[in-house]
Design a protein around this ligand. Structure first.
Ligand code: GLP
Length: 242
């Protein structure tokens, strides 16, 4: 695991977008694991811009989002479906809708939806790049502290810390869905390369704990120490606190 200070969110987002562009150029049917949240709001516009100016063929690229809130339909303003389509998939013409995968938060049988998504992931092969953010409590995807390292895609209960952190996107904290469907920690670890982005004061504690090196289910992101190809990209605020 390497930690890089790319100074600010903008530079880090451009770096990550370029790495994704290079991957598509060398492998037109690249597989990406994608994350959402405030951390990624500059990444997808930067990537869309690079795709537009380079007229890249993304028709074969396969994408798999990490998670979705249970109970929010695709059209809900705070669903991760809406997040991804507004910032990435509607910003460039070439995406093939059949190759875009985001867990369904309103499936009739949510348990089956988790199994179905995990099977898709296992059948498709290893993602070339998995993009990750990190929760203030060290979660990745929606794998909260205490999640077993061998977990797969399933329904999870969100912790008070996450409900509070994500309430900024909703009118009231009560509106934040209490559950999500999330790729598991073992699903995430299948990727060939992992780029985790973290910016700002609120993430200092999680990155400090991660950098300390102790591998424990109390800090879900610490599983990344067991992966051979992980970059932790932080801004100056976090880096100078390490
Ligand atoms: C969210 C998402 C994660 C994300 C993390 C950080 O709840 N489920 O995938 O990486 O928490 O979110 P943010 O970037 O908004 O700080």
């Amino acid at each position: 695991m390497e930690i890089y200070n790319l100074k600010d969110k903008s530079t880090a987002s451009i770096y990550t977008a370029i790495e994704m562009l290079k991957t598509i150029k060398t492998k037109p049917d690249a597989i990406f694991g994608l994350a959402t949240g405030s951390t990624m709001v500059d990444l997808y516009p930067q990537l869309s811009n690079l795709l537009n100016v380079n007229k890249v063929d993304v028709s074969q690229v396969r994408t798999f989002n990490l998670d979705e809130y249970v109970g929010l339909n695709a059209e809900h303003t705070q669903s991760y479906h809406t997040y991804m389509h507004e910032r990435l998939f509607q910003q460039y013409e070439g995406w093939n809708q059949n190759n875009i995968h985001i867990p369904n938060g309103i499936a009739d049988d949510m348990e089956h939806e988790g199994e179905h998504y995990e099977k898709l992931l296992q059948d498709i092969g290893k993602p070339d790049i998995q993009i990750l953010g990190i929760g203030e409590n060290g979660h990745i995807g929606f794998n909260e502290p205490g999640t077993p390292f061998d977990s797969v895609t399933r329904i999870v209960d969100l912790t008070p810390s996450t409900l509070h952190a994500n309430s900024v996107h909703f009118e009231t904290e009560d509106e934040v869905p209490k559950q999500a469907i999330s790729m598991g920690l073992s699903s995430i670890m299948r990727a060939k390369r992992i780029i985790l982005l973290a910016f700002g004061e609120k993430k200092i504690d999680a990155i400090q704990r991660l950098a300390a090196g102790n591998v424990s289910e109390d800090l879900p992101a610490s599983i990344l120490h067991n992966h051979p190809n992980v970059e932790i990209i932080v801004d100056e605020t976090i880096y100078k606190a390490l």
